[in-house]
Ligand binder design. Sequence first.
Ligand SMILES: C[S@@+](CC[C@H](N)C(=O)[O-])C[C@H]1O[C@@H](n2cnc3c(N)ncnc32)[C@H](O)[C@@H]1O
Length: 258
Amino acid sequence: MHLVITSDRSVTLLGMFHPQGPTLFELAVQAWSSTERGYDLLAPKFHYTPFCTPDEVIERTLQQVLGGADVDSALDICCGTGAGMCLLKPRCRSRLVGIDFSPGMLEVAEQFVGQAKGSPQLQFECADVLEMQFEGAFDLAVCFGALGHILPCDQDRFVERIRAALKPGGKFALVTSERPSVWSLRYWVARSFNGAMHVRNWLHHPPFVMFYLKFLLADATRLLQRHGFQVEVVDLGLEKPYAGLKVVVGSRPDQIEC
Ligand SMILES: C[S@@+](CC[C@H](N)C(=O)[O-])C[C@H]1O[C@@H](n2cnc3c(N)ncnc32)[C@H](O)[C@@H]1O
């Protein structure tokens, strides 16, 4: 796969119409594929879509979670093309792992993260996050822009695997927002999208798993607490279009209950 990645990832919601982004037809073909295959197809143009988490959201999240501190080891869950890993790399002393089940996305991530500053040992793991087998390995785990890919029936397993991957005292950070009002356009756009995905998955297999309005603030907080995390919620304090985004930080307790 040949690609050239620039540092210009400043896309807006219309970013999918960025000259270097995918066409509507390409997006439709991708959505008709499985989730893994869809992302493989999207990978070379992913940085020019609005699905890639913007640097300012990632940077502010890391500031809120770490302050000025570094960590020894970190895990980027559903790392995609490495937007989170690039900004984690200079803050990570010894080991930085990205996990994703799309080989195409990981191929781009390897090139992109390789160029970022910092010198931890890098590892790119091609696997389903629901099957990840890390045990007590990381000081920090993050997940950006991918929570809609985790079905409600898999959420407990997802958080259980993350908790297992963290060292005692380690932190898991995710970005979310309050549930939008039922009177808002955002709510109905999201519900309509979810409805279309249900119909698509009913008509065609394998499914493309992507639903909005998942891991919203109250649900994510409860889910993490149910898995023994001590939870703190911080406003990211960003301006529009990211106003209202919150980071949910779950700390794994030092003591592991038996
Ligand atoms: C919207 S992209 C986000 C990528 C990156 N975190 C970012 O913010 O730019 C979602 C990523 O999650 C990955 N993904 C979705 N479900 C997954 C699963 N169950 N296991 C591993 N990766 C998954 C996809 O392959 C894709 O690369």
